[in-house]
Design a protein around this ligand. Structure first.
Ligand SMILES: [Fe+2]
Length: 167
């Protein structure tokens, strides 16, 4: 993928200063970029559906892990943050249903929506908990180790992961 074709270019302005969270966000951006290429090249519904499935699964896992961190840290805005995650998954689900019912591709609508959502969520909401955790002196080391172990276990066992890596 050449630089010109990158749909969502990761830069340090998206960092929340917690390496494992940044790594997960970067992987989400990678999947989004891969979906963009697949849609642009009209690679076919099977490939696109596989990448979309990876995007959904990865997002769900990332949200669950992030929520676990916020709970461990007794983050004051945990409920509101969790609600943001729930709403995004619901919106994604609605976009998928719309796609099926209207029988027309809505991938570009989905891509631009996700790009905007990710940027706004990382820079507007995720950064708030990361600042809060740092100010409270909460160490993320134990959570990062557990989260990384979970992801490497998942990459060995989940079919969607293999599909997306091979796409
Ligand atoms: Fe979040």
């Amino acid at each position: 993928m050449s630089n010109q074709e990158v749909f969502f270019k990761w830069t340090d302005e998206y960092s929340v200063h917690i390496k494992t969270i940044d790594d997960q966000h970067k992987e989400l951006v990678n999947i989004l970029n891969r979906l963009f290429v697949a849609v642009s090249l009209r690679e076919g519904d099977k490939v696109i559906a596989g990448i979309l499935d990876a995007l959904m699964s990865y997002t769900q896992t990332h949200f669950a892990l992030e929520e676990r961190l916020l709970k461990q840290a007794k983050y004051k805005d945990f409920d509101a943050h969790k609600e943001e995650h729930r709403k995004l998954l619901e919106q994604l689900d609605q976009l998928c249903k719309k796609h099926l019912m209207e029988e027309k591709p809505i991938y570009f609508e989905m891509l631009s929506f996700l790009k905007r959502w990710l940027k706004e969520h990382i820079q507007g909401v995720d950064i708030l908990y990361s600042d809060d955790l740092r100010q409270a002196g909460f160490s993320t080391t134990a959570w990062e180790q557990a989260a990384n172990a979970e992801f490497s276990k998942m990459s060995d066992s989940k079919k969607w992961w293999e599909l997306w890596k091979a796409a």
